[in-house]
Unconditional design. Structure first.
Length: 255
C-alpha cells in the first residue's frame, strides 16, 4: 500500500528513518489504516536505522482521530468496534496500539517533531516517542474524553511517567489544551524552538544521537527505560552488568 492510500509513509536515509503523516488537508487526522501501516513500518525498518523521526506534513503534527472515519461504519470505525464481542474489540485495539508501541524499541531512539496541533491520537503518537521537539506553536491535548472515550493508544502510562499521576489525570479528564510553554514546564518537551527552527533542531538532535556509540546508546536506553521498575540495588546491578558487557565488547571479548 502507498502513502496515498494509507496517509503515512516511511523514508529511510542510512541510520535515520522518518515516519511522516501525510494528510495535511485534514491536519494529519489519523485512521486505522495509518495505524496498521505504522505497525508494519517496524517490520520493514532496515537493521542499520538508529533514529526514527516522526513528523506531520503541513501546519499540524496530528489533529487526532479522523472523526469522519470514526463515524463511518467500515472496519475500524467506532460503530464497527462497538458491535464486536469484548475480546475481539480488545484484540483489534491491541493491533492499533502496535502502530505506536514499536517506537519504544530498544534498538532505536524515536524523536517526535511536533508543530501545531497534537490532539488525542496525535498527542499519544508524540508520547510514544522517546524524545519530543516542540515548535512554539505546538498545542497538545488528550481530547478522547470529549468523545466519551479513553486514551487507548499506549499513551496513558507514558504520560504518568512524564508528569505524574495527578497532573496526568487532570490532563486526560479535562481534555484541555497545553501550549508549548506549559508542556516544557511539565517535562513533556525535550526542547522547544521557534517553528522555523524545528527542522534544524531535529537534525541537530539526530546528529548528536548518531555521534555516540550505538551499542552504548542501546544499553543506556535499556537502563533508563527500566529504572522506574527496579529498586536501587537492582538498578545498580543492571548498571554493572551493562558496563561489563560494554567493556568486553570494546576489548573485543564479547561473544
Amino acid at each position: 500500500m502507498t502513502a496515498e492510500t494509507t496517509g503515512v509513509r516511511l523514508d529511510c536515509d542510512g541510520p535515520v528513518a522518518t515516519v511522516t503523516l501525510c494528510r495535511p488537508d485534514v491536519l494529519n487526522a489519523q485512521t486505522p489504516a495509518m495505524w496498521r501501516a505504522m505497525r508494519d513500518f517496524s517490520r520493514d525498518l532496515p537493521g542499520d536505522v538508529r533514529v526514527v523521526v516522526v513528523r506531520g506534513e503541513g501546519r499540524a503534527f496530528s489533529a487526532g482521530l479522523d472523526l469522519s472515519a470514526a463515524g463511518a461504519s467500515g472496519p475500524g470505525s467506532l460503530a464497527e468496534l462497538s458491535t464486536l464481542p469484548e475480546q475481539e474489540c480488545a484484540d483489534r485495539i491491541a493491533e492499533f496500539q502496535q502502530g505506536f508501541t514499536w517506537l519504544h524499541r530498544p534498538d532505536v531512539i524515536s524523536v517526535a517533531a511536533v508543530q501545531g496541533h497534537a490532539i488525542g491520537a496525535g498527542f499519544q503518537l508524540a508520547l510514544a516517542c522517546d524524545l519530543r521537539v516542540l515548535a512554539e506553536d505546538a498545542r497538545l491535548s488528550m481530547a478522547e474524553v470529549t468523545l466519551g472515550l479513553v486514551p487507548d493508544l499506549a499513551g496513558t502510562k507514558r504520560l504518568v511517567e512524564l508528569v505524574g499521576y495527578s497532573r496526568a489525570l487532570e490532563i486526560c479528564a479535562t481534555g484541555r489544551r497545553l501550549d508549548a510553554v506549559e508542556a516544557d514546564r511539565l517535562g513533556l518537551a525535550t526542547l522547544v524552538v521557534p517553528p522555523v527552527e524545528l527542522d534544524g533542531a531535529v537534525r541537530d538532535l539526530t546528529a548528536g544521537l548518531l555521534s555516540a556509540n550505538r551499542d552504548a546508546v542501546v544499553e543506556i536506553k535499556a537502563l533508563l527505560a527500566g529504572a522506574a521498575g527496579r529498586t536501587h540495588a537492582e538498578q545498580q546491578r543492571a548498571e554493572r552488568e551493562a558496563q561489563t558487557r560494554r567493556l568486553r565488547d570494546l576489548a573485543g571479548r564479547g561473544e
